[in-house]
Design a protein around this ligand. Structure first.
Ligand code: 26W
Length: 818
């Protein structure tokens, strides 16, 4: 019996009722009559788990036995969103579960609301990782996701007097039904200490004598494929103390010291760093990074490969995909294991390493490229620093051979930089070690090659490539927009969910008035749903008949929420000055969602300003309710799933050349919002696909941005020249949104006038003019709906399934299915 595979419970309504009640009684330990909503949610989650279990066990065995090449996705972040609905959808259990619970007198929707989403990521990069593992499972690609099980995910945002206040996100506190801890499979991960050389039978070798260690405990999560019976694994590591009660310390009577050691160890996986794009160089962050990649590599070598595996063949079995620079310390760790532990010759180990890693860059901001000081690396990972030095020495030797003693070039390409302090450039290390380096949209990859790493591109022809990001249609259409999904299925049949290019078939429906009417009705229904959700969640409302103009993303100056604010203030100023008749204003609700990094002062000021503008504009009777600013706190995946399907207008207004890709932009287009956007990131590809007529383009292009910088950018000149701009900025400066106080937003204003690194003022006129075209276009609702349908029909390219196919073809070369 122990050897027999488990089998799934019966997929009938009665079968589900039985399993649910069993879990309520035996897992939660309560009868139905005395159960709390949380008990019921947990019992439901356990029931869904039980249905997936047989497949999961089978797939783990299958992947191990197939011995085919697989992908290990290494990511410090996974922004998963709620699991219940996704897992019901994947396993075709939604209807059965709904009926079964109804039989027990329970509305399944009430239980959905119980789930606290695991917010183990900051923004785009973390959500992308979650979309990718969904697609890998759906496409049966042999793969595993590795990351960190943070006890506290991204902070919960609240507003106090319009200002952001951060609260800890205790997402585990009510239970965590989706995870499977395996303390017995813990690994020891070491830190600090020193290195030494020793004589190993006539061969001089190095070894690392660490000073302290922690245990890495794996927590496994199911990643079910959509309707294909596959269940992949996401393995997140938690740190715990090696010996909760170190006997030596205990015997010496220092109980407190023993407890302190435990707390110290548990710190490593305690909290997600909420910085998005500005690395702080904190020691704990480097500990986190090393902790999870060292555990993951060891896990792969010991638990996936056979004991007698010939390590020379590693490139035939594994590719580690590095999600940005956060996991790049895996490279010297892999070398250390091969050379020091497996006693492989350096050159052979390096040749293998260069085939087993690939690197994805997610940024263009120079300040976002991670750099670790040599001082810190030497203290925390002394052997790894030695290995990095040797990699760099040999790399620079090869550069000299190729380009001669061009010292300037050598200094520019060195992995170890000397300025402003001696430090290791992780992006360079990843580029040297990686078989491939990719950007995340066409424009981004091109700028990466030509502007950020041009010397490397010259040195390694063919190493640089592009894979344009994508999003999963399961979560972002099927779950988020069920009515649209049904309408599409009615028109095209069911296959589109796993073959998103089929959405093309909707093009002809865009010409059908009846289809347009039904599409418009879905949008209207989604707006009503959003209104209900926001009312219950935050007491906010979205008036009927308004255009929904949405900007949701991390708060960052380069994304230019300020440009949006200036647009709102301009519209408002026009009304209150009497220059614009309020009756001529298109009713619009502006929805914002944005968290600022807790230490990012300017970003927090902008949040404050948005809330301040909202309070004044929303309350001013002269506006007659035609402008409405709504800023629900704590934007997260769960809220995104409500906001995006209701949106009419998607704001993608970063300064050209700054947004690597964007993925929200894709979700909006797929849900029938029209984009107003710059020529940046994946906007470029969206516009190419949906067509100029169905996209509102404005602003400078990247070369124009470069040219303006070169000639000398003086934002105050734009302020002087443009009357509307001057009025808007003056209104903010006058204290109109701060109870007459001119100091509150003075730093925001002077930043715009005298610095404006992201050229908000330079793009203002073009943005306002394009918003005028938006208003005009919205006036013809039927034409707008036609454009919206064409956006959906032509955005199938942005499925993360397509991204996975591109990774497989251009980078991984893994078999398409197992
Ligand atoms: C603290 C260091 C740090 C540095 C960079 C933390 C996080 C980052 C990320 C690279 C920020 C990020 O999420 N980048 C976004 O990645 C998305 C997925 O590729 C892109 O769509 C976004 O354009 C990019 O900003």
């Amino acid at each position: 019996l122990a050897l027999a595979p488990v089998s799934a419970p019966a997929s009938s309504v009665d079968g589900f009722v039985r399993e649910f009640l069993k879990n309520l009684n035996f897992t939660q330990g309560v009868p139905l009559s005395a159960s709390s909503p949380n008990d019921r949610y947990l019992a439901l989650a356990h029931t869904v788990r039980d249905y997936l279990m047989a497949r999961w066990l089978e797939d783990q065995r299958g992947q191990r036995e197939a011995q085919s090449k697989g992908v290990a996705y290494l990511s410090a972040e996974y922004l998963l969103g709620r699991q219940l609905d996704n897992n019901l959808l994947a396993s075709r259990l939604t209807d059965v579960a709904t009926e079964a619970l109804a039989k027990c007198g329970i509305d399944i929707d009430d239980l959905r609301q119980q789930e606290v989403e695991p917010g183990l990521g900051n923004g785009g990069l973390g959500r992308l990782a979650a979309c990718f593992i969904d697609s890998l499972a759906t496409m049966s690609v042999p793969s595993i996701g590795y990351g960190i099980r943070y006890e506290y995910g991204i902070f919960r945002q609240t507003f106090v007097d319009g200002q952001q206040v951060e609260q800890p996100d205790a997402w585990l506190s009510l239970g965590s039904p989706w995870e499977f801890p395996h303390p017995e499979a813990a690994q020891t991960i070491s830190f600090a200490g020193h290195t030494e050389t020793y004589d190993d039978d006539g061969v001089e070798r190095s070894r690392w004598i660490p000073a302290w260690n922690v245990q890495a405990v794996p927590y496994n999560y199911m990643v079910p494929g959509y309707h294909n019976g596959r269940v992949n694994t996401l393995r997140l590591w938690r740190s715990v103390a090696t010996n909760a009660f170190d006997l030596r310390i205990f015997n010496s009577g220092d109980y407190e010291e023993a407890v302190r050691a435990q707390i110290f160890a548990e710190n490593i996986s305690k909290v997600l760093y909420p910085e998005d794009s500005t690395p702080q160089g904190k020691e704990l962050r480097l500990q986190q990074q090393y902790f999870f990649v060292a555990a993951s590599i060891r896990d792969f070598l010991t638990n996936v490969l056979a004991e007698d595996f010939d390590l020379e063949k590693l490139p035939e079995r594994i590719i580690f995909q590095l999600n940005d620079t956060h996991p790049v310390i895996a490279v010297p760790e892999f070398m250390r294991v091969l050379v020091d532990e497996k006693k492989m010759d350096w050159d052979a180990a390096w040749a293998i390493t260069q085939q087993c890693f690939a690197y994805t860059c997610h940024t263009l901001l120079p300040e976002a490229l991670e750099v670790w000081s040599v001082d810190l690396l030497g203290r925390l990972l002394p052997r790894h620093l030695e290995i990095i030095y040797r990699i760099n020495d040999e790399f620079l030797l090869a550069v000299r051979e190729r380009f001669g003693d061009d010292e300037m070039r050598i200094r520019n390409m060195s992995i170890v930089s000397d300025f402003p302090e001696r430090s290791v450039r992780m992006a360079y290390l990843a580029t040297v070690a990686g078989a491939k380096v990719n950007g995340v949209a066409e424009l981004h990859s091109q700028l990466l090659r030509d502007k950020v790493l041009p010397d490397f591109n010259e040195f390694y022809p063919g190493k640089f490539t592009n894979v344009t990001n994508g999003v999963t249609p399961r979560r972002f259409i099927r779950l988020a927009n069920p009515q649209l999904a049904d309408l599409i299925t009615e028109a095209l049949g069911a296959g589109w969910t796993v073959d998103l290019e089929r959405l093309r078939g909707l093009e002809s429906f865009a010409e059908d008035p009846e289809f347009r009417a039904r599409f418009a009705e879905v949008k209207a229904a989604n707006k009503r749903t959003l209104n209900t959700v926001l009312l219950a969640r935050d007491g906010l409302s979205v008036p009927d008949g308004h255009m929904l103009d949405v900007m949701v993303k991390r708060l960052h100056e380069y994304k230019r929420q300020m440009l949006k604010v200036l647009h709102i203030v301009t519209s408002y100023e026009g009304i209150i000055s009497g220059r614009v008749d309020v009756k001529d204003v298109t009713p619009r609700t502006f929805i914002f969602g944005a968290k600022a990094a807790p230490g990012y002062v300017m970003a927090k000021r902008i949040i404050h300003l948005i809330n301040a503008v909202g309070s004044v504009v929303n309350a001013d009777p002269r506006v007659e309710g035609r402008l409405n600013v709504v800023f629900p706190p704590n934007y997260n995946v769960t809220l995104a799933e409500r906001v995006i399907p209701a949106a009419d207008l998607s704001e993608q207004i970063s300064l050209a050349g700054k947004e690597a890709s964007g993925t929200g932009n894709m979700k909006f287009a797929l849900n029938g919002a029209l984009t107003i956007g710059t020529d940046d990131g994946a906007n470029v590809e969206i516009r190419e696909l949906v067509g100029d007529d169905n996209f509102f383009l404005f602003g400078m292009t990247e070369p124009e941005v470069e040219a303006l910088w070169a000639e000398g950018y003086r934002p105050s000149e734009f302020y002087q020249k443009d009357e509307d701009l001057r009025r808007a900025i003056d209104l903010i400066a006058s204290g109109a949104f701060s109870g007459g106080d001119r100091t509150t937003f003075e730093p925001v204003v002077s930043n715009l006038l005298y610095d404006d690194r992201f050229m908000v003022l330079a793009d203002y006129a073009s943005y306002i003019a394009e918003q005028g075209k938006v208003d005009a276009a919205y006036g013809d609702q039927d034409a707008w709906t036609r454009s919206a349908i064409l956006n959906v029909a032509r955005s199938g390219y942005f499925s993360s399934d397509r991204s996975m196919r591109d990774y497989i073809q251009r980078i991984w070369h893994t078999p398409p299915a197992y």
